[in-house]
Design a protein around this ligand. Structure first.
Ligand code: TXA
Ligand code: MG
Length: 330
């Protein structure tokens, strides 16, 4: 099978996605963060297909996507603290909330035996149109083979999973380009995965938020050490002075102007994510650049650590994971 790639506004494209999803098939859909591999979250066989298509281990739970906060609320036993404030401020958008799951609302494999379920309201009009046409919520991990770089264009999805899917809806390049921020509110607000919504922005609504970076049995498997990784080795450096002077076949990834002397770097293929150092722009280009460099013929990709404020923290988190050599979990 080779996936059809259809521009989402093509007449009949949404209907086709809806029909496939109703019959338990997976469909790749655009979101504002990254492309998702969507299936009926209430259908156990359909959910199983997503794990199979991605090669994802069954202990890694999926995010459930719904049309609005009322639909999210129905998936939880109680109302999470700050739900109204967070939903008013950030939904639809790149915030995922984790809370105690209401039994029987989604297929058990979605939550990977956890007592909680992660839910978000995506903002891309294509995803919204599909959700509004369906009577069930959609489970949707990022539409990449497990452990690889998340897709931010329909072309990335086709490249990674095109042989295993019937349909990819093309919604253009993802506006945010980084996954949603995963937040748990009880017992205290804690970010389980850094993402497109910054800690500072969330704190402006709920007050101080902890960040749970890593643990041996991850509360959020997006924290697995090696994840979001290109096949080309990636080395994260904190200063341009740490770069070898005579590299062979090396690319250099910069988030913005380096602020350091650039002499001697002409042997590098340099990729700058935002020429004026805007971290939102850098985040939106990050995976695109990693996909591109990974398909280039480089022996190694060096990446300069961004400043660790705002979105820089999430960008740095992804670069760090992409740079890990060992991979215990995939
Ligand atoms: O932006 C996004 O969130 C994208 C788009 C498609 O919506 N989705 C995405 O899904 O990134 P995925 O499967 O690649 O990552 C889901 C993350 C993982 O880190 C997973 O561990 C975490 O959400 N997660 C899911 N359910 C959870 C739960 N009950 N408790 C803690 N973490 C959970
Ligand atoms: Mg993913």
């Amino acid at each position: 099978m080779t996936a059809d790639v259809l521009w989402w506004e093509t007449p009949g494209a949404i209907d086709r996605a809806v029909t496939l999803l109703r019959t338990g098939k997976p469909v790749a859909l655009p979101t504002e963060t990254v492309y998702g591999l969507a299936v009926d979250a209430t259908n156990p066989a359909a959910v199983q297909k997503v794990f199979g298509v991605k090669g994802r281990p069954s202990h890694d739970p999926l995010i459930v996507h719904v049309a609005d906060a009322a639909a999210a609320r129905r998936l939880w036993t109680t109302t999470p603290p700050f739900l109204k404030e967070l939903a008013d401020a950030f939904w639809p958008g790149p915030l995922t909330l984790v809370h105690e799951s209401a039994p029987g609302t989604v297929a058990p494999a979605v939550t990977a035996q956890l007592s909680t379920v992660a839910v978000r309201v995506p903002s891309h009009p294509a995803f919204r149109a599909v959700l509004e046409a369906l009577p069930f919520p959609l489970a949707a991990p990022s539409a990449n083979p497990f452990g690889g770089i998340s897709p931010t264009t329909a072309g990335h999805v086709a490249h990674g999973l095109g042989q295993r899917l019937p349909l990819i809806l093309d919604g253009g390049p993802c506006h945010k380009g980084l996954e949603s921020t995963v937040l748990r509110l009880t017992p205290a607000p804690t970010i389980l995965r850094l993402g497109a919504l910054t800690q500072e922005t969330i704190e402006s609504v709920v007050g101080p938020v902890a960040v749970q970076t890593s643990s041996s049995r991850p509360a959020s498997p997006g924290q697995l050490t090696r994840h979001y990784a290109p096949r080309t080795p990636l080395i994260l450096v904190s200063s341009l002075r740490d770069l070898p002077e005579t590299p062979s076949g090396a690319a250099l990834l910069l988030c913005g102007p380096s602020g350091e002397a650039m002499e001697g770097l002409d042997k590098y293929h340099i990729e700058t994510l935002s020429l004026d150092g805007n971290l939102e722009e850098a985040a939106s280009h990050l995976y695109q650049a990693l996909h591109k460099l990974d398909q280039g013929d480089f022996e190694v990709i060096y990446a300069l650590q961004p400043s660790l404020s705002g979105l820089g923290k999430a960008i740095n988190d992804r670069l760090k994971r992409a740079s890990k050599v060992e991979n215990h979990n995939t």
